[in-house]
Design a binder for this molecule. Structure first.
Ligand code: SF4
Length: 410
């Protein structure tokens, strides 16, 4: 990909932000009620205000373009389709919180020609770095390439990796706004959140513009999310989908067919730790609240499609196997809990589990939700619990008769 050929007016969002005081930048973001798109939940301006109020002379901004999952390609997509919005959002964030250092974390095989071209151009005469310096911000911007890993979606693991340590969750980072990178107050955002910050400033009220193909073109990024749809057997597809669109229509807009046309009766929303949904739920509208609630801190704005006949027990077992494989092993509650849950689900799939074992599985789920160190473990029971509710018939049939109710239901 060629480096972008930008001129001064292309930094419109940054110029508009620099024309305001940092507190006024936060007020603009508050007025637009901009919420996080992945990562830490909540209103962006509230978190940035807390960071600024720390009074620390060296706050840090970390921007994560790490997808870490087949279910999420949004980071890569944005870094190749609209890198300028990401970089502009990052610089606006640095200005608003008074950061001295920024990290852009990307996966090591991510195509970065456009981003590197932009960063190389930051230093030029009259460029953003000079404009930031005139506004009193001297910034050290570091691009850090990291291996693709699910656990890097966890804030503590990402901060540890950026400090050059093993990428493991750590209770020291339970509130990065207080204690983040090297003990400094740290704002940690996804590339999608930062691109939306830029959109707040370059999009006049009432204008629509977005990420439909070449960056700043059509649709409405402030009223939409980048959704990744994973169709079994095909690669992930990313599309900006407007809030209010039904999940079924979101799939059609993204990959060209509705779930019904594809023979899909089950989808998983929010990544590997998200709930399964049955076809009677496909009319649910996509909303910011739905995505953040189901994806949590570690999940993704994604829909994974499961075409054809699906056994709820097998689905829960496969999901648990995946989560156990991703568990880093730092805490026993998660590593042992997911291992035991997988063993029980395997017995159930084989038709050898007892009612007591199934009861134990529910106890293990509660223990995981309360005792796991990070969001991966805390949300690991979600796929199983949603399967048990959606496919109660399958669970009962496996338990009582040792066989699946799938054939009868099909
Ligand atoms: S909850 Fe799981 S992924 Fe998180 S620290 Fe514990 S073992 Fe690691």
């Amino acid at each position: 990909m060629n480096s972008p050929n930008l001129h001064a007016s292309d930094w419109l969002a940054l110029d508009r932000a620099l024309g305001l005081k940092p507190d006024e930048v936060l007020t603009v973001l508050s007025r637009r009620e901009l919420r996080s798109r992945g990562g830490a939940p909540g209103v962006v301006a509230d978190r940035w205000r807390r960071c600024r109020a720390s009074g620390h002379d060296y706050p840090v901004v970390v921007v994560s373009g790490v997808d870490g999952l087949e279910e999420s390609a949004a980071g890569r997509w944005l870094l190749t389709h609209d890198p300028q919005s990401v970089v502009e959002g990052l610089l606006i964030g640095a200005y608003a919180v008074g950061a001295r250092r920024c990290f852009l974390a990307v996966e090591d095989d991510c195509e970065l020609d456009s981003v590197e071209g932009l960063l190389a151009g930051l230093e030029g005469g009259g460029g953003p770095v000079e404009r930031l310096a005139r506004a009193g911000v001297v910034l050290d911007l570091v691009v850090r390439r990291l291996p693709r890993s699910f656990i890097l979606r966890e804030p503590g693991a990402l901060l540890a990796a950026l400090e050059g340590r093993q990428a493991l969750p750590d209770v020291r980072y339970c509130d990065p706004l207080v204690q983040g990178w090297e003990g400094r107050p740290t704002v940690l955002e996804t590339v999608e959140t930062l691109a939306a910050v830029a959109a707040v400033f370059w999009q006049e009220p009432g204008e629509t513009a977005g990420w439909a193909g070449n960056g700043r073109s059509t649709s409405a990024p402030l009223e939409s999310r980048l959704l990744t749809v994973v169709d079994e057997g095909r690669s992930s597809v990313v599309k900006s989908v407007a809030f209010g669109t039904s999940l079924a229509e979101a799939v059609r807009q993204t990959i060209g067919n509705t779930p019904h046309e594809l023979g899909v009766k089950v989808m998983q929303l929010g990544g590997p730790c998200g709930p399964f949904l049955a076809d009677q739920q496909f009319d649910i509208p996509l909303t910011s609240d739905l995505v953040e609630r189901t994806a949590g801190v570690i999940g993704a704005a994604s829909l994974r499609l499961f075409p054809g006949k699906v056994c709820g027990v097998q689905l829960a077992k496969d999901a648990m196997a995946r989560l156990h494989a991703e568990a880093c092993g730092k805490c026993a509650a998660c590593y042992e809990g997911t291992r035991q849950l997988l063993a029980i689900l395997s017995d159930l799939a084989e038709g050898t589990a007892s009612a007591d074992e199934l009861e134990l599985a529910l106890v293990l789920c509660r223990h995981l939700q309360g005792a796991a160190l990070c969001d991966l473990g805390r949300s690991a029971p979600v796929p199983l619990l949603s399967c048990r509710e959606l496919f109660a018939e399958d669970f009962a049939s496996h338990l009582e008769w040792g066989v699946c109710a799938l054939e009868e239901r099909a």
